[in-house]
Design a protein around this ligand. Structure first.
Ligand code: PLP
Length: 382
């Protein structure tokens, strides 16, 4: 993610994202709750975090939710809790935000990259079994751009080969697969509350969810310096990775609106699809089993026209981004430690074609019309 750009759009006519609009609509309640926390003097591991953990678990239909400091930390703690590390392999798409692999690479495990289904941008389940080796310990599906990966197929493979599953749900709060919420299929679901996410804090935050009481206790311990409470001895080599009270109270308020926000994202996305139906722009397939949370409005711009279209839109005052130009297996940090070559044709082609168009719940249909008009004009200049 190109985070700094996503948050600084004041000079554009149609921003890529505008967090201030959402703040205005919830301002009174948020200021009141934040004031309450300031007055309480309790900033870490207090009642707000506990309340939000319960609400989020209930929303997802999962037994345990543990607030942590970021989505990356959620992944790091999840893989530590599973004991995955040196000598182990994890199957993961290279076509994702780079942080997806940090969770297990920090513990010394190595990625085995599997290509995506070019129609959905998610890991292609038909290619997973071929990638399994005696060292494989887990599969890490990423519910990219808000659309759930095929969890029926992934869980079937995981059960057959006795592999753990950690879902990266950083971009898919509220998404579902066959009516069940993304993040609740595997051993762990790992969420990010980075401000621009579907459920975003006013700073960093994350959540690990699980149905296992044993794994939940491990995460509770690992996030809190390796002890289960401040009075207990340290049973683990832990981290300081807790969601704080201020973020929790903001997230609790926003959670009540998440379904409405996601519905609006869906409606705006359909508006894009309808308006651009007769252009060369290609949108991802909407899989009938996947209820997308439409985190991003990503489209393919074929025939090598991606950059010229982006330049054109930029001149018209429309900001676009690219998520992501460089797949993980070509990132410098990975190349430094591995020169392995990977056969990922769909990943490579997709990174060359994709563009992220403006999409956020407070965007208006009129703004979508304007973006679409510019794209129409780009393709039919006369
Ligand atoms: C797919 C994916 N995984 C992991 C992360 C990491 O989350 P965070 O930024 O909260 O560490 C992000 C977002 O930043 C993401 O988009």
């Amino acid at each position: 993610m190109i985070k700094s750009l996503a948050l600084n759009q004041s000079s554009t006519q149609i921003p890529y994202f505008d967090l201030k609009r959402q703040f205005r609509s919830l301002e009174k309640e948020i200021r009141q709750e934040i004031n309450g926390v300031l007055e309480s003097g309790q900033f870490v591991l207090g009642s707000k975090v506990q309340t939000f953990e319960k609400s989020f678990a209930k929303y997802l239909g999962v037994k345990h939710a543990i607030g942590v400091a970021s989505g990356t930390d959620a992944l790091i703690l999840a893989f530590r809790a599973l004991g995955i590390g040196k000598g182990d392999q994890v199957i993961v798409p290279s076509y994702t935000y780079t942080a997806s692999v940090f969770g297990f690479m920090h513990h010394g495990a190595e990625p085995v990259f599997v290509d995506i289904d070019p129609k959905t941008f998610c890991i292609n389940p038909d290619l997973i079994e071929k990638a399994i080796t005696p060292k494989t310990k887990a599969i890490l599906p990423v519910h990219l751009y808000g659309q759930a990966a095929n969890m029926t197929a992934i869980m079937k493979i995981a059960r057959k080969h006795k592999l753990k599953v950690v879902e990266d749900v950083a971009q898919a709060h509220g998404a579902s697969w066959k009516g069940k919420k993304a993040g609740t299929f595997g051993d762990f679901g790992c969420f990010s509350f980075y401000p621009t996410k579907n459920l975003g804090a006013y700073g960093d935050g994350g959540m690990v969810v699980t149905n296992s009481a044993t794994l939940a206790k491990k995460i509770l311990t690992l996030r809190n310096l390796g002890h289960i409470s401040f009075h207990a001895d340290h049973s683990e080599l832990g981290w300081t990775s807790r969601l704080d009270e201020l973020q929790a109270c903001v997230l609790e308020i926003k959670l009540k609106h998440l379904d409405d926000f996601n519905r609006k994202r869906y409606e705006l996305a359909q508006h894009y699809r309808k308006n651009l139906k007769n252009t060369p722009v290609i949108f991802p397939e909407e899989v009938s089993d996947a209820g997308s949370a439409y985190h991003l409005m990503v489209a393919r711009i074929p025939q090598g026209k991606r950059e010229t279209l982006r330049d054109y839109l930029s001149r018209q005052g429309v900001t676009t981004l690219v998520h992501y130009k460089t797949p993980v297996h070509l990132q410098p940090f990975y190349r430094k430690q591995s020169k392995k070559s990977w056969d990922l044709p769909a990943t490579l082609q997709t990174t060359r074609e994709i563009v992220s168009l403006p999409l956020f719940p407070e965007m208006t249909f009129e703004e979508v019309n304007q973006v679409c008009d510019h794209i129409q004009k780009f393709y039919k200049p006369h």
